[in-house]
Every structure is written in C-alpha cells, then in structure tokens.
Design a protein around this ligand. Structure first.
Ligand SMILES: Nc1nc2c(ncn2[C@@H]2O[C@H](COP(=O)(O)OP(=O)(O)O)[C@@H](O)[C@H]2O)c(=O)[nH]1
Ligand SMILES: [Mg+2]
Length: 718
C-alpha cells in the first residue's frame, strides 16, 4: 500500500442502532475496496468486523473495528462501532479520532432511540453526519417514512441525495439527485448500470435536485452568489457546498444502500472519497496544555492511542491516530503519559484481523502497531522535542453495577488482573475494590455489557466468576442535638487507665453558626469555642470537631486521641456500621488523672461518649440517590413512569422533544439495580437512560427498620 498524504485520508465512524447493518455495510465496503475476496455475513459469523468469539457467540458487535479501504486514490479509514447502548464506549472513542459519522438506519424502523442517542454524541463532538438508509430490500422497508422521521428530528437539514425507485424484494435501483442519474443493479449487486433518469421519475428527481443545490449553496457565500446568477451549480461546486455544510453541521445528506446485497455501496464510497472532509479541514485537537495541533505531516511526530486489544495469536494490538508529523517503522518515541521509551517496530493499516504492513504514516492517518511495552489507551507517543498530551475522550458514567467474585476464592488476584486488562480495552467498565463494602464492584453500561464481561472471562481466561447484588454504600447521620459523657477507668495491677469526656453532638450543615448555649435535661451548657477543626470526610460530608474545654479539665495533648476515637466510630457508624457524616461535636468538659490518663483512655472515652450521644441524636440512615434521565418514545411514557414510581422515584420534570419524552427523576441507588433490564423490557429496547450520583438522602422509616434488623442479624452471627 502506498503512503497516503493528509489530504488523501478520510476518517469515518460507522454508527447506528444495533441491527441496522453497520457490520454488513463494512463487509460490503471491504469487498468493493478489494480488501476481501468474498463477503461474509453476520449470521454466519464470518465478517471482518465481528471477529471475536464473544461477537460470534452473541451475533452482536461488542468492539469497535478499525478497517481501511483504498478507493480512487483515497484512503478511507473506518471504525465500525457497536450499536448497542451497552457498548457506547467504542462509539465515543471512535468519534474522537474520526471526522465524519456515517449513521446507518434500518429502513424498517427508521429513526430509533439508539439513532438519537448516538446522534447526540456526534453533536457533542461537532462531527458531520451522513445518514445511510439500509435494508431497502426488506419487505417492511419504508423509505419515505424514514425520511419523514428524520425531518421530524432534524428538519430541513435532512437532504436526500438518493431515493429508491421501489423498496422490498424488488429493490434494485436508486435515483441520485447529485449526479442526476439512475443506478441499477443486477441481483448480485456490485457495479451498477448508470442510466438516465426515467421520465416518470423526472419531476421528483428535479425537485430533490433543486433542494440539494440550494442546501449546497446555503453554506458558502460565493456559491450562493453563483447560484443566484446561474440558477444552478456545477457538480464540483455542489460537492464543495455539501462539504462546507457537513463541516458546520448545516446539512445531513441521506444516502440509500442495501448492504446485504451490495447495492449502492460503491456510490457511497465514491461520495465519501470525494466529498467528506479530510482531517485538515476539521477543528484542531487541543493538548492538555491548550495548544491547538495542526495535522501537519512536517510537524513534530505525535501519535494518540485510542484503542488497545489483545488478539488471538498476536497479543496486544495498539491503534492510534497520527495527530501530527509522520511515523516510520523503527522510530523511537517517548510516551508522554508514562515517560517510557517505545520503538515502533512495525506499522500496519488494518482491516479487522487482517493487517497490511506500511513503511510510513502521516498526520491524519489511523493505523496499528504491535508489541509496544506499556502503551495504554489514551496515551500519546511523541518524537523528539514534542511534549503533546491529549485527554479528550470523556466516557459516559456507568449505569449497571454488580459485585463480582471468582467461584474459586484462590483466583481473586488473577481475576483482578484480567479485569484491569479488560478495562484497558473497554474504558466504560469501571472496576472498584471497595474497602467500605468489602466487595469488588464492576459497573458498566447495562446488563448485557456485564454479561459480555463474564462470558469473556469464563471462555477466554477459563476463570469461572459470579455476580452478586452489590451492597449499597449507606451513610449514617443525626437529626438533633444530644449530649453524653463517658468515663473510661481501669485499675488492674500495674499502671491504670483513666479518661473522661463530655460532649455534645448535633447535625452539621453548611454555614451553621458557631455554638452558643444548649439545654439538655433542664441544664444549661454555655459554650465558648477555643478551637474548631473541620474535616472533609473521605466518604463525603463533614465532621466538625470543636474544643471548648475550660479550666484545663482535659489537657490539650489528649484532644487528638479523643478525635481519633470519634473517627473510629464515624468509620463504622453506630447504627449499621456504615460511614457516618455531617456531624458537629463539641467537647466541653471531662476529667484527667495525674498518673493514669493516657491516649488510649481518651480514645476509648471519646469513642464511647460519641457513640452514646449519636444514638440519642435521632440517628438516621442516608442512602445514595441518583439523578436519572430517561429518554423514551411517548407511547411508553405511562409504563415507564409507573415503573419509576415503584422504585421510590421522585419525578423532577418532563420534556417533550420531537418524538420522544425526556423524564428527569431522583431515584435511590438501591432501586436502580435492575433498572436497565426493566426499562429495556418495558420498551422493547427503545428507551435509554443515564444516571449520575446526586446526593445522600434520608431513607424512609420502614426501610431504616429493615436495615437495622438486617445489621443486628449480621452482628449476632459474628
Ligand atoms: N435484508 C437485509 N438484511 C440486512 C441488510 N444489511 C444487514 N442485514 C441483516 O441485518 C442484521 C444486522 O446486521 P449487522 O450488520 O450485524 O448490523 P449492525 O448491528 O448494525 O452491525 C443481520 O442479520 C444482517 O444480515 C440489508 O441490506 N438487507
Ligand atoms: Mg455490528
């Protein structure tokens, strides 16, 4: 393969709902590009794109697949992304290193929730979008319906470039209103006959052609002038106009394909090669220190690694984009994130599992290399004198969590190693060894996402694992002030122990005034503050520790011990052993013994006084509550609402957005455990949601009762 220059390279991600036909389209493009000799099918499990055992098992794309096609002196780099929301991480990575998104639609279903979700990511990353209506040979294909759904969402920015003469089994031709030709295929697809548009289609074709010309002119003043003068635009002008419209997301062109039968795939490739912008026409990536980097092949060498996988027979394969400069085989580069040196022994352009060695790659290109020492996804490798670093990929928060354990306890360490390695491949898996919960928690984007993880560990690494309901990180706090004192005294031979602490506890809140006077049991306590310590607790919330001891009742040197005793109880709350938070403690009195007082004594006195006071201060359990945002087609709104209400949700708001409803709710984490699975079954997979930690809130009293009982039972067992 020749070395392609920056202005000959186009990077395109293939997006679209699961089952729309992305992998099949990829296969047809590879075939047409001469990379493969025969087209595999998803159903037979022999496509270039879905080549991992787990993908063959489920018939689903789990990973994004990078592949390149040479087409008319252009190099088109594609990333076929998994469609399911569970594997959105692949699409997010891909969008960051590509310049255009090809959004595949199934003509049978039109715009799906998955389409809208992924479109939102293209919006976030300001990437041009081209829609491709696929599966036009399906009997239920509805091209016009799909176009009206697209228009409903994105209005006049939707500009059809082609339309089918007929859909269903008889589909074999489209009218192209950019070329103003009809393309017709023999049953085997591939190279079409290019024909004049039949007379009976001419009116419709002209109307769409005009709309396209106007849309193309709209994004460029010079073209607009030309259009007004001449009433039309040349084909080249139209391409320039469409390109301008794509870059500013002023228009979303719509193409037709039938990937399964390899129809209109060549024409799509031609359009991508000719019209889609190259990297150098797109906004520049910015380094962590704010430098805008031009994709200049004569600039300093800088490669950004966006994906790493472990592939059968080869080991680690690392995928990168050349952000600047060029890279050759044998180059020595420096890892800007880890400080280590790496040699690029071999350079490849890839098509799934197939790799073609190339001597050099320049700015804008996407390739792969193997046998790097310790390059992780997200790292940057630089040539001499370059210190670029990039961290532009932001992944969505997880929304499905499970505790994980190896079936055989002895495998725990090995399991962690595997999990860490897998997280390298898919950053939307989050792995946490929770000291608090004494569990290893894996979170991901959905039940299927985690099921895939389990399948891979069990089948690839032969390590059986189990999932459990994860514990909830409850918190404890108090709702009113109370007072207690405690004397620790021990005299059993040798040196004795003595310490006595009197303290007040009360709920802490932001901006509360300094303590003044308290009344407990008819007695008044006047506080004069000597010292205040505010501690930001590691687990959230605050502990404020006030020393107001008068007359030297306790030596200042014992106060740290008292605080230490209190902290021990804060770490293991008196109610359920959960962390306590948001408490203010005033130590106002106590007693010492000239000989027997020591730190241990005051630690114990502090801990026990605190524990007693806490239990009398209207103690409550807090639970984590999440902000949940659900996008759902209007038809399912009622069912989704009542399901949420069954989860103790508080509905915070509701917006209608073209064709679907957006629900905002606050829901306890405890109730979210099965949410992704239920939502998917209520709506047939047509809804999506996000969740993000919001706050800790008091649990209702019946829930508190249950939790207290459960904790007592575990204490009794111990
Ligand atoms: N009839 C028909 N089926 C198709 C076409 N393209 C894909 N399919 C089928 O649709 C299903 C999903 O395709 P796949 O490529 O895996 O979709 P992906 O999830 O978007 O990658 C598979 O059974 C394909 O064989 C097409 O143009 N026509
Ligand atoms: Mg796929």
């Amino acid at each position: 393969m020749k070395v392609y220059q920056t202005n000959e390279i186009k990077n395109i991600s293939i997006l679209g709902s699961s089952g729309s036909g992305k992998t099949t389209l990829a296969e047809a493009m590879l075939y047409e590009g001469g990379v493969i000799k025969r087209r595999g099918t998803v159903d037979a499990g022999n496509t270039v794109s879905d080549y991992f055992p787990v993908e063959k098992e489920y018939g689903y794309s789990v990973f994004s697949t990078v592949f390149s096609v040479e087409w008319q002196d252009r190099k088109l780099n594609f990333i076929d992304c998994p469609g399911s929301d569970d594997f959105i991480g692949g699409a997010v990575s891909a969008l960051n290193v590509t310049d255009t998104a090809l959004m595949v639609l199934n003509a049978q279903y039109g715009v799906e929730v998955g389409t809208i979700n992924q479109f939102r990511y293209t919006e976030q990353f300001h990437k041009p979008v081209i829609f491709v209506v696929n599966q036009l040979d399906n009997d239920k294909a509805d091209y016009d319906g799909t176009i009206s759904q697209l228009r409903e969402q994105w209005g006049s920015k939707i500009v059809p470039i082609q339309y089918p003469i007929s859909t269903g089994a008889s589909f074999n031709a489209v009218v192209d209103v950019l070329k103003m030709k009809m393309y017709r295929w023999k049953p085997e697809g591939g190279v079409p006959d290019v024909l004049e548009i039949p007379a009976e289609e001419m009116d419709k074709a002209m109307e769409l052609h005009k709309a396209l010309v106007e849309a193309a002119a709209e994004n460029d003043d010079m073209l607009m002038e030309k259009f007004f003068e001449e009433g039309t635009l040349s084909e080249d002008d139209m391409r320039a106009g469409i390109r301008a419209g794509l870059v500013i997301r002023g228009m979303y062109p719509v193409f037709c394909v039938c990937a399964g039968r390899d129809m209109c795939v060549r024409r799509t490739l031609e359009f991508l090669g000719n019209v889609v912008p190259c990297t150098d026409k797109m906004p520049r990536p910015v380094t962590t220190s704010g430098v805008e980097v031009t994709p200049d092949s004569n600039g300093p060498t800088s490669l950004f690694f966006f994906k790493t996988t472990v592939e059968p027979h080869i080991g680690q394969v690392s995928y990168f984009k050349v952000i600047s400069g060029k890279v050759k085989e044998g180059d020595d580069l420096l890892n800007a994130d880890r400080g280590s040196k790496e040699r690029i022994a071999q350079l490849f352009t890839v098509a799934g599992q197939t790799r073609v060695q190339v001597p050099e790659m320049v700015a804008g290109d996407i390739g792969a290399t193997v046998k790097l020492k310790e390059v992780r996804r997200g790292n940057t490798l630089n040539g001499k004198g370059c210190d670029y670093r990039f961290d532009f990929i932001k992944y969505p928060d997880p929304k499905f969590r499970r505790a994980i354990k190896p079936v055989n306890e002895a495998d725990a360490e090995k399991m962690m190693e595997i999990l860490m390695r897998m997280r390298e491949e898919d950053p939307t898996w989050v792995i946490e060894q929770s000291k608090e919960l004494k569990q290893t928690i894996v979170s991901g984007q959905g039940e299927f996402h985690l099921r895939t993880l389990k399948w891979r560990i069990e089948n690839n690494d032969k390590l059986p694992i189990e999932f459990f309901e994860p514990k909830i990180p409850y918190r404890e706090t108090i709702t009113k002030a109370s007072r207690a004192d405690y004397r620790h005294k021990k005299q059993s031979g040798g040196a004795g122990q003595f310490g006595e602490v009197h303290l007040i506890v009360e709920p802490y809140y932001e901006g509360m005034p300094a303590p003044d006077t308290y009344r407990f049991g008819g007695q008044e306590f006047k506080i004069s503050v000597r010292d205040t310590q505010t501690i930001d607790l590691e687990w959230g919330g605050k502990l404020v520790f006030i020393n107001s001891i008068v007359g030297g009742a306790i030596d200042a040197r014992f106060l740290p011990a008292i605080l230490k005793g209190i902290m021990a109880r804060m770490e293991q709350g008196p109610l359920t052993g959960s962390y306590a938070r948001d408490v203010r403690i005033i130590v106002y009195d106590g007693k010492m013994h000239p000989v027997d007082s020591n730190e241990i004594s005051f630690m114990l006195a502090g801990r026990n006084a605190f524990s007693t006071a806490f239990k009398e201060a209207g103690p409550k359990i807090l639970e984590p509550v999440y902000d949940v945002e659900v996008s759902v087609p209007a038809d399912y709104l009622g069912d989704v609402m009542s399901d949420l209400q069954g989860r103790r949700a508080i509905i915070m708001g509701m917006n209608s957005e073209k064709g679907y409803e957006k629900l905002l709710a606050k829901v306890p984490l405890k109730e979210m455990s099965t949410y992704s699975t239920s939502l998917s079954s209520i709506t047939g997979g047509r809804a999506s949601f996000t969740m993000k930690f919001a706050s800790y809130e008091l649990v209702p009293s019946d829930v508190q009762e249950k939790l207290l009982k459960a904790y007592e039972a575990t204490q009794a067992e111990d």
